[in-house]
Design a protein around this ligand. Structure first.
Ligand SMILES: [Zn+2]
Length: 245
């Protein structure tokens, strides 16, 4: 079988499409995953863990797990080098290591693009797919405005459904300043991925992870919160969030 990252013919691992810890806040109290289907005709189900597929060889899986482990430490606070500043409409994390965090973000959207599972929206990174693959394979994070992600936090609310809602990357119907964007939600954070040839125009805006390790996280405005809430409720009504019996 051909590994999607190194393109070598090697045995493929059964691995998570998205890292397991991104699902962590998404388990119900019995630690079962709220399975999402993007196809209303397909059925709910409860799985013991997230969504798996055989896509990568062991070596490439280990490479990805290094970035994922690093990002997990950033979010779960077990990295003592990370400082947090609250600055009006945004929170800025500093002291991040640029390379693993940037590659982690890129790996989220790339993994979604190679997945075949019906729970994950079909996304097509062309004509950028090969440059994504190469950058990940060569451990090369590129410039900060090259394939960046903008992070937007949802307010902590009584609304458990929003905190527990996972939404795989999906293309936005409208371009943002001419850039193609993909929106995902994991564990109460919106991830807006920009996949564009001309994102250099965005580089002076301090919108995303910088090479000196600063990561802004914006507060979601009311329209974004309403959008997400509606999406979560629609999924729930359509029976696509499986509930404990
Ligand atoms: Zn490989």
């Amino acid at each position: 079988m051909t590994c999607r990252l190194c393109k070598q013919n090697r045995p493929l691992m059964r691995s998570h499409i998205f890292p397991e810890w991104l699902y962590t806040p998404l388990y119900d109290k019995n630690h079962r995953f709220f399975v999402l289907s993007t196809n209303e005709n397909k059925r709910r189900g409860t799985r013991p863990k997230g969504i798996y597929e055989r896509l990568l060889c062991q070596e490439c899986e280990v490479q990805m797990s290094k970035w994922e482990g690093y990002a997990r430490g950033v979010f779960y606070g077990d990295d003592p080098g990370i400082k947090i500043e609250y600055n009006g409409g945004r929170t800025v994390l500093s002291g991040l290591r640029y390379t693993p965090f940037k590659l982690f973000q890129m790996s989220l959207i790339w993994r979604a693009s190679i997945a075949n599972r019906q729970e994950v929206h079909k996304i097509n990174l062309e004509p950028h797919a090969e440059s994504f693959r190469k950058m990940l394979f060569e451990d090369c994070p590129g410039k900060s405005h090259q394939y960046p992600a903008i992070l937007i936090s949802l307010p902590r609310s009584q609304d458990q459904i929003m905190q527990e809602f996972m939404y795989p990357p999906q293309p936005l119907t409208d371009k943002i300043d001419g850039h193609t964007g993909y929106l995902a939600a994991f564990g109460g954070i919106f991830w807006l991925f920009i996949v564009s040839n001309h994102s250099a125009e965005l580089k002076d805006n301090n919108l995303f992870l910088s090479k000196d390790g600063r990561l802004p996280i914006y507060k979601a405005g009311k329209p974004a919160v309403e959008f997400m809430r509606k999406l979560a409720l629609d999924f729930s009504k359509a029976g696509m969030l499986s509930q404990p019996p």
